[in-house]
Design a protein around this ligand. Structure first.
Ligand code: SF4
Length: 317
């Protein structure tokens, strides 16, 4: 990594001692102060967060070169805000949509129209396998990534860390149901990694926000806004924006989002993912039935979710 230009935006595990059970007092203090700094930045005004976002976009582009960068674009509200920011800076970066084939049609349409109007190149990256083939071969994505992974390991007689097994003990009654976490790998990760290799573009600028989950918060505390992994460089310019900031931005710049956002859907992404389906009566399946009964019918009866949901006691309508 080019330390000099990115040192203010990046952090590594050596500095924080992330994986070290015997962290120094200095490392502990650093991690505490990172958590506090994140909270503080999330309370800044939207105007100031826009400046922070633009600084990070510039830093990434200056460091890695404009031709190596792309916008990870899902046709959702966060990536619309991100794209708007980048385009307003005069960078016509390629927009890359990782299309699992489970995207809301509204979002796919929006992505095409948005990029056409803005004059940005849109690339749809599709998996070479259909979602139902992944589910039938490996298992359905239910409950959560961790639970699905453990249930699959138990079902296929692989070893499981006893601590992890204890954590999911309430779900072990579903150990014979065909559940797996592999869907994301085959429908998202693998296709995008293959595209990155082909295109030689390794710098993914993403519309990820800390407020969305603990995992996303932790990633910032540990690594910052710009960091390198084995295969790519990840940039999170709008990490400090809250949900309210996103809506304020949308209003301020008069962005017309995909219709799903005006019909009760809060997040885009796969319309029939079973992750989180046990946490809320108004889960993805229930929402889909209201929004698009035809798609719901297909998911339930042709792609096999009806049977799996029934076995898992999950509401579908
Ligand atoms: S979000 Fe859910 S449905 Fe979509 S690819 Fe990942 S596991 Fe599969």
């Amino acid at each position: 990594m080019t330390e000099c230009s990115l040192s203010g935006f990046s952090l590594n595990d050596e500095k924080t001692g992330w994986n070290d059970p015997n962290k120094t007092e200095e490392q502990r203090a650093l991690l505490r102060s990172r958590g506090n700094l994140l909270n503080k930045r999330m309370r800044y005004s939207l105007d100031y967060k826009i400046i922070l976002a633009k600084t990070r976009i510039n830093a990434a582009i200056m460091t890695y070169g404009v031709n190596n960068c792309y916008v990870s674009f899902s046709g959702g509200k966060d990536s619309a805000v991100l794209s708007h920011l980048i385009l307003s800076m005069g960078y016509k970066l390629e927009h890359v949509f990782s299309n699992t084939r489970l995207e809301y049609p509204d979002c796919v349409r929006f992505a095409h129209e948005w990029c056409r109007k803005k004059g940005a190149k849109l690339t749809m990256v599709l998996p070479d396998i259909m979602p139902y083939e992944v589910w039938k071969r490996y298992g359905y994505p239910m409950f959560s990534k961790e639970i699905a992974n453990i249930l699959e390991r138990v079902r296929t007689h692989k070893t499981v860390n006893p601590k992890k097994l204890k954590r999911v003990k309430n779900f072990l009654k579903y150990k014979d149901v065909k559940i797996s976490e592999r869907c994301c790998y085959y429908l998202k990760k693998k296709p995008i990694m293959e595209w990155q290799k082909r295109s030689n573009k390794k710098v993914a600028i993403m519309g990820v926000r800390a407020e969305e989950s603990r995992v996303r918060r932790t990633v910032w505390v540990r690594k910052g806004c710009i960091y390198e992994t084995k295969d790519q460089v990840v940039v999170h310019p709008i990490i400090f924006l809250t949900e309210k900031d996103v809506w304020d931005y949308v209003k301020r710049f008069k962005i017309r989002l995909p219709n799903i956002y005006y019909n009760g859907v809060k997040r885009n992404g796969c319309y029939c993912c079973g992750f989180g389906c046990h946490l809320n009566d108004e889960n993805n399946f229930v929402k889909l039935k209201k929004l698009n009964p035809k798609l719901w019918e297909n998911v339930m009866n042709h792609w096999g979710f009806a049977k799996v949901c029934k076995q898992c006691g999950v509401k579908t309508e």
